[in-house]
Ligand binder design. Structure first.
Ligand code: ATR
Length: 291
């Protein structure tokens, strides 16, 4: 059955015959990801002929995709928006960390099983360390309540932060997330008031520019100054005219985007797949990362 299914699903899967294959699954936005460029550069630097391919998968094909990858030469895949939670029912096992966070961004395959784990939280933690962002007496606001938000929230909780609010377009989702992990869900209507006390804002939604979601971003620009704001982190990367950068600038706050986190979570995924710890510089270089 898979003989027909696999080429139909993945197009270039035959390319990977006889070699180790890795990849990324997401929706149509997957093709904007820098992960293939980054991993192929790392493989080349290590003298490996492994492949890393990005796949735009329809939500209704997710289970078939996981099953097909398990039964072929795929050693592992990353999972991106919007499937970090949706893949969980199709996996055979979860690492402790993925199970606690409730989201998966890294899957390891062998012939019998697909095991999900989460390196987003560790990657975000690496970002905080790299930029030396102090969490002392920090009042944190996380925007978004999807898979990435879960990892970021868990990271702040693990680091002992006690003042964390979560703001999301869909309030029910932030309520569920906070009930499970911690933090306080604030309805979007009350968000600007709550944000006045925030010192660090982290955008985990996929929205980084005004043309993507005017309604969601308008209250932030209409509000005026957020007096306590020290830093704005957008976990997305490569966005031109980034709204969150502008918000940071207009409040004299520091801005950090997600490029370092991309490299850091990938390095941790590579460790999960191969047992090898690689210098992060190998992952940062193909991204054109400037410190
Ligand atoms: P990921 O796994 O990368 O976190 P996700 O689970 O699809 O991706 O979550 C995307 C996040 O972006 C969610 O918080 C989503 O808000 P909803 O829960 O209301 O869907 C948020 N998001 C996506 N598009 C948005 C938009 N146009 N306006 C506001 N928030 C948006």
């Amino acid at each position: 059955m898979h003989g027909n299914l696999i080429p139909n699903l993945f197009g270039h899967l035959e390319e990977t015959c006889g070699m180790k294959a890795y990849g990324l699954i997401g929706d149509q936005r997957v093709h904007k990801s820098l992960s293939p460029v980054m991993f192929e550069s790392v493989f080349a630097a290590l003298g490996s002929d492994a492949k890393y391919l990005a796949f735009n998968i329809d939500g209704s094909d997710l289970q078939k995709a996981i099953q097909a990858m398990k039964q072929t030469s795929f050693a592992g895949v990353n999972v991106t928006v919007p499937y970090k939670q949706a893949v969980i029912p199709y996996l055979d096992d979860l690492s402790e960390c993925a199970s606690q966070i409730g989201a998966v961004n890294t899957i390891t395959f062998d012939e019998e099983s697909a095991v999900g784990c989460n390196t987003d939280g560790g990657g975000f933690s690496d970002l905080l360390d790299y930029y030396g962002l102090s969490l002392e007496e920090a009042d944190i606001c996380i925007l978004g309540a999807g898979g990435a938000s879960r990892a970021v929230l868990q990271c702040f909780i693990d680091r002992g932060c006690s003042s964390i609010i979560v703001v999301n377009r869909t309030y029910q989702k932030s309520l569920g997330l906070c009930a499970q992990l911690g933090g306080t869900a604030v309805p979007f209507e009350d968000a600007m008031k709550a944000l006045e006390a925030s010192t660090i804002v982290v955008n985990t939604t996929s929205i980084s520019d005004v043309s993507q979601a005017r309604e969601f971003l308008k209250p932030f620009s209409d509000h005026g100054r957020f007096k306590q704001l020290r830093a704005v982190i957008d976990i997305n990367y490569g966005r031109k005219g980034n709204f969150w950068r502008q918000l940071a600038q207009s409040n004299d706050a520091r801005f950090v985007d997600g490029l370092y986190m991309l490299a850091a979570q990938a390095r941790r995924s590579f460790l999960v797949w191969t047992g090898q710890t690689i210098d992060i510089g190998l992952f940062l270089k193909p991204l054109g990362f400037k410190s």
